[in-house]
Structures are given as structure tokens and as C-alpha cells.
Design a protein around this ligand. Structure first.
Ligand code: NAD
Ligand code: UDP
Length: 313
């Protein structure tokens, strides 16, 4: 196969690119580096199956040659990033998704959109099955991301119904691991970098809110299987093991052996209270479930950031 991956220079896009290449497929990567980094793709500079185009997918684009898949991952994903780039986030969810879908239609390619657990908002059903319609503030600060992704899902289903495009929608739950930016602001990268630097670990609110953290290798395997073997219905891919943010801080502190103090900061507006995927569909349709427990994934992530911080000094 030959596939296009938008957002290829990002955290998940670069790992998913590696996954396709590892199976002998060819990948065209596209990215404008708004939140991604060339270094995430540096190891592929001489890979004959990989090519790269620097482009903002919110503006129209074409790709020469045949394509079997269009995987649209381009979008700021960290709350810090999308709050800094709200209009770009809405544009890439709307125009970017439209351009990617039109390309898939023109090429007869399968389309895959990286959606998010944020479509469930601050959920009133727990854990969240795909059948839950969500509880989203349409005008709050997070709406630039949540509504962009909800629109992207709706547009994907419209192309599927109106034009018969073979589509996949994955709702990704909090994923962590190597290649996150040290400053991207998400909780795992923040806590690990703070602990390694001996800086205060910043818990927002009282830390009783929960998240369910999936290690990147597990997540990418789920995405890959969904692309190959899934169905057009949205599919949750995440790790159902749920932790409070305070428990996460304790695990990071224990595994790094840090002397960092814990400090409490204001809870961001509309920060979801709880989040945990119901992964029955992924288990049944893809034979997928996560394998890497939190401590093991954190150890690998800590090793990555420790090496990065050491080489930056
Ligand atoms: P990331 O910020 O590391 O990667 C996103 C990539 O998209 C970056 O390389 C960025 O430069 C690129 N990009 C953004 N706008 C673009 C544009 N207009 N044109 C071209 N490139 C553009 O984030 P990530 O964690 O790798 O997330 C990847 C996808 O997965 C996103 O769509 C995100 O919404 C989704 N997702 C991720 C998570 C997670 O926990 N990592 C959770 C839910 C959903
Ligand atoms: N969070 C925190 N300290 C940080 C960063 C985040 O306590 O330094 C909290 C945040 O308020 C949220 C959870 O950790 O409750 C997950 O935040 P993240 O930004 O990683 O992703 P979200 O799930 O909110 O999109």
C-alpha cells in the first residue's frame, strides 16, 4: 500500500508512519510543523519508502500517484497547543478534513480520521461507549478542539453516506510516550519533565479528576488494526485503566525518584472530571487491547525524556 499521513511529524503521526513502513508499505508524510517537529522523522531521512511534503492541509493540496489510504492526524492535540491556536485547530478539523476526504474520494482510497475522547466532553456516562453522544460546551475555550473533531466526524460520515468512501473514525484516549514535546503541556510530559528537572509537579485542581493513559505502542497498534480491519462506526482506542491525576503524579515521582514538591494550580475551564474508554468494540472487531501497564510505559517515557534532556544540556 501507499498511504498519506497528515500530521506525520507529530507524536502519533510519526509512530504510525513507522508502523506502516515496518510492514513494507510506502508513506507520504505531510505536516506544517505547527506543533510537530522534523526530528520526529529524522530517522526516516534515507528510508526509500518514505517521502515528506511540508504543507498546511487547511489549504488545498494534491498528491501525485496512487494512494490506498489517507490518514488524517493533523491537528494540535494538547490543550495548551489548541488554546494557543484555536482558529488553526478549527480550520484543520474543518477545511483540513474536507481536503483529506476529497483526496481519498478522488484516489479511491480508504480514509481514516484521528478523532478524540474529547467528543464526549465532560462525560455524564462513565465509562464512555461509542454510543454516547457526549456533553460538550460548544462555546467554551475547549470548543475549538471538541467541535472541530465532532464536525470532522460528521463530515467523514457524510462522505461515507453520500459518496461511499470507505471510512474509519478512531476516538483516541490520552496517549503518552516517546516523541511528545517536553513543552507540549500534556500531563504525562509535564510531570515527567518536571520530575527529571527537580521542578515542582503541577497538579491542576485537587488532582481527583481521572484519565486513562495508553502507551503509544499499544495505541498505534490499535490505529493500524482499525485502518486495516475496522468498520466505519467510530471506535474507541485507549487503555481502560483509570487513574486520578494525583495517582499519576505519585507514580511519576516514585519511578523517577525525584525530590520535586507537588504544587496545586487552577483547574482549566471545562476540564473533564472523568474519562475512561469502553473498548468492547475494539476488542471484538479488532482483537485489540492494550498490553503495556502504566508503570512500564512511564519507565520507557522517563528514559526517553531523560536522554533528551541530557543531550540538550
Ligand atoms: P501532535 O501535536 O504531536 O501532532 C499533530 C501534528 O499535526 C503536528 O506534527 C502538527 O504540526 C501537525 N499539524 C497540525 N495542523 C496542521 C496543518 N494544518 N497542516 C499540516 N500539519 C498540521 O499531536 P498528537 O498527539 O500526535 O495527535 C495526533 C492526532 O491524534 C491529532 O489529530 C489529535 O487530535 C489526535 N488525538 C491525540 C490524542 C493523544 O493523546 N495524543 C488523543 C486524542 C486525539
Ligand atoms: N493536568 C495537570 N497538570 C499538568 C497538566 C495537566 O494536573 O501539568 C491535568 C489536566 O487538568 C487534566 C489532566 O491532567 O485534568 C489531563 O490533561 P492533559 O492536558 O494531558 O489532557 P486532557 O485529557 O485534558 O486533554
Amino acid at each position: 500500500m501507499r498511504v498519506l499521513v497528515t500530521g506525520a511529524a507529530g507524536f502519533l503521526g510519526s509512530h504510525l508512519t513507522d508502523r506502516f513502513l515496518a510492514d513494507g508499505h510506502a508513506v507520504v508524510g505531510m505536516d506544517n510543523f505547527i506543533t510537530g517537529r522534523p526530528e520526529n522523522l529524522a530517522h526516516l531521512a534515507r528510508h526509500e519508502g518514505f517521502s515528506f511534503v511540508r504543507h498546511d492541509v487547511s489549504t488545498p493540496f494534491a498528491v501525485d500517484g496512487p494512494l490506498d489510504g489517507v490518514l488524517h492526524l493533523a491537528s494540535p492535540a494538547s490543550p495548551v497547543d489548541y488554546l494557543e491556536h484555536p482558529i488553526e485547530t478549527l480550520r484543520v478539523g474543518a477545511h483540513g478534513t474536507d481536503h483529506a476526504l476529497a483526496l481519498a474520494l478522488a484516489k479511491g482510497a480508504r480514509f481514516f480520521i484521528a478523532s478524540t475522547s474529547e467528543v464526549y466532553g465532560d462525560p455524564q456516562v462513565h465509562p464512555q461507549p461509542e454510543s454516547y453522544w457526549g456533553h460538550v460546551n460548544p462555546v467554551g475555550p475547549r470548543s475549538c478542539y471538541d467541535e472541530a473533531k465532532r464536525f470532522a466526524e460528521a463530515l467523514t460520515m457524510a462522505y461515507h453516506r453520500a459518496h461511499g468512501v470507505d471510512t474509519r473514525i478512531v476516538r483516541i484516549f490520552n496517549t503518552y510516550g516517546p516523541r511528545m514535546r517536553p513543552d507540549d503541556g500534556r500531563v504525562v510530559s509535564n510531570f515527567v519533565v518536571q520530575a527529571l528537572r527537580g521542578e515542582p509537579i503541577t497538579i491542576y485542581g485537587d488532582g481527583s479528576q481521572t484519565r486513562s493513559f495508553c502507551y503509544v505502542d499499544d495505541e498505534v497498534e490499535g490505529l493500524y488494526r482499525l485502518f486495516l480491519h475496522g468498520t466505519p462506526e467510530p471506535t474507541n482506542v485507549g487503555n481502560p485503566a483509570e487513574y486520578t491525576v494525583r495517582q499519576l503524579a505519585e507514580r511519576v515521582a516514585a519511578l523517577t525518584g525525584t525530590r520535586s514538591e507537588v504544587v496545586y494550580r487552577d483547574l482549566p475551564v471545562d476540564d473533564p472530571r472523568v474519562r475512561r474508554p469502553d473498548i468492547t468494540r475494539a476488542r471484538e472487531t479488532l482483537g485489540w487491547e492494550p498490553r503495556v501497564p502504566l508503570d512500564e510505559g512511564l519507565r520507557r517515557t522517563i528514559d526517553y525524556f531523560a536522554a533528551r534532556l541530557a543531550s540538550a544540556e
